[in-house]
Design a protein around this ligand. Structure first.
Ligand code: ZN
Length: 439
């Protein structure tokens, strides 16, 4: 079996690292308070893998995260061995990380898998950095009062989903046992419990309760929660002069932003007064808000590449809308602008996808550099220069050193060949887009 697992974290290119001469204040990220995000992506003949997880610098926690992810991934790789359908199977991991009392680190891992049918599993790890051990519910909540917690959760679900709480499944799943209530995270302001698919309902469910409501049974107290800081300057886009009569192309970068490679691309764009379009993942956007703000500030466009990089064609309309809207909201919270363009992961689209995007446009590409395959800057550059023409939309990924290197070469080279480097919206505005590629 071919295996092309790409671990971006290992690919440090000395040429481009440290190029960025900008200092931006770190914007707090309320969803990813702990750790640096690592992304692994793989695109095989019959399946795709997209994994985002945190590296926390705590060895015990990091190796446990690794172990849990590998357990799920190995099972997926076994299950997918004989899968030969045309629709790609999929394995997808996203996370949230929280710090409580400068002591407890909570990691929530969400595993989404779709081979013949889709399944979501939530795993949580809560680590006590003071005692250097993983904890369970009874370490932070009074063991003798678990029935009180179960009653509160039950009342909440009966109120929210009155028609779904009469099943035996619900009665068993909500009964006060450690097992039922041991998938949780400690956020600064609230205690959050997760119930996996099949525990209460056929889908997973979340119960969030502020610490003050469980005050008699826990010592944990509310702390102030970080929020994204609105960045009022981001709307000051530089004025760019575009000559309608001259050729133009749009460079596009998917799957970022990444702290390692996106700033070098932005540096080159700024140096040559060029623009590009970044189709970001919601989960990465939340992880790198300052880079997102810089993109907009310097006249680039941000597009929506969904929240977690699932193949939209395998999802229900509600889930597609959730992937898109969650990302729209994250990007808007960070930059004050909502994307107008959507690029579905893997370019996969069908009628349900088209019906879920409202007034936004779906954008694919006309030149696929296959940068993830070659990971060679010169191969990427040649692939573009050999075929580039007026109106092209060029697909790259700002998650590899070789892609950033290629962009740094391509930006001045394309300009010297007479191409203006514009955003997808600008290309569209001037009617230069290749017919049928933008819907
Ligand atoms: Zn992608």
């Amino acid at each position: 079996m071919k295996k092309r697992m790409i671990v971006c974290g290992f690919l440090l290119c000395l040429i481009i690292s440290g190029c960025s001469s900008y200092t931006y204040e770190t914007t707090p990220n309320p969803q990813k308070e702990v750790g640096t995000q690592i992304s692994d992506l793989a695109y095989e003949d019959h399946y795709v893998i997209s994994i985002h997880y945190p590296k926390t610098e705590n060895e015990e926690l990091d190796s446990k995260i690794d172990e849990v992810i590998h357990m799920y991934q190995d099972q997926f790789l076994l299950d997918v061995l004989n899968y030969k359908e045309e629709r790609l199977a999929e394995f997808n991991v996203t996370y949230q990380s929280y710090m409580k009392n400068d002591r407890y680190i909570s990691i929530k891992l969400e595993f989404f898998q779709n081979i013949y049918q889709e399944k979501t599993m939530i795993e949580t790890l809560v680590y006590d950095t003071k005692n250097e051990e993983f904890i369970d519910l009874y370490d932070i909540y009074d063991k003798d009062e678990i029935a009180k917690l179960a009653d509160m959760a039950k009342a909440y679900f009966e109120n929210e989903f009155p028609n779904e709480c009469n099943s035996n499944q619900f009665k068993i799943g909500i009964s006060p046992t450690l097992d039922n209530f041991n998938t949780f995270v400690l956020r600064k302001d609230a205690f959050i419990l997760y119930f996996n698919e099949g525990n209460l309902f056929d889908r997973f469910a979340t119960f969030e309760i502020p610490y003050e409501k469980i005050a008699p049974y826990t010592d944990l107290k509310r702390e102030e929660r970080a929020t994204f800081v609105p960045y009022d300057q981001v709307l000051n886009e530089p004025v760019k002069l575009i000559d309608e009569s001259k050729p133009m192309v749009a460079l596009t970068f998917d799957d970022g932003p990444t702290k390692k490679y996106t700033p070098a691309i932005l540096d080159a764009l700024k140096e040559y007064n060029a623009s590009a379009t970044f189709f970001v993942l919601g989960t990465n956007a939340e992880n790198q808000p300052a880079i997102l703000q810089r993109m907009v500030l310097e006249g680039n466009e941000i597009g929506n590449h969904t929240y977690s990089h699932k193949q939209l064609t395998t999802l229900s309309k509600a889930k597609i809308e959730d992937e898109i809207e969650h990302t729209q909201e994250s990007i808007f919270d960070i930059t004050g602008k909502a994307p107008q363009m959507i690029r579905p992961p893997y370019g996969s689209k069908n009628d349900t996808v088209l019906n879920s995007i409202q007034d936004k446009k779906i954008v694919t590409w006309t030149i696929d550099t296959e940068d993830w395959r070659s990971k060679n800057a010169h191969t990427i550059v040649n692939k573009v220069l050999d075929q580039v023409k007026d109106g092209d939309i060029i697909l790259m990924h700002d998650m590899y050193a070789s892609s950033a290197e290629a962009a740094i070469i391509l930006i001045p080279e394309l300009q010297s060949r007479g191409f203006q480097l514009v955003t997808v919206s600008e290309l569209y505005q001037y009617g230069k887009n290749d017919a049928g590629k933008i819907l």
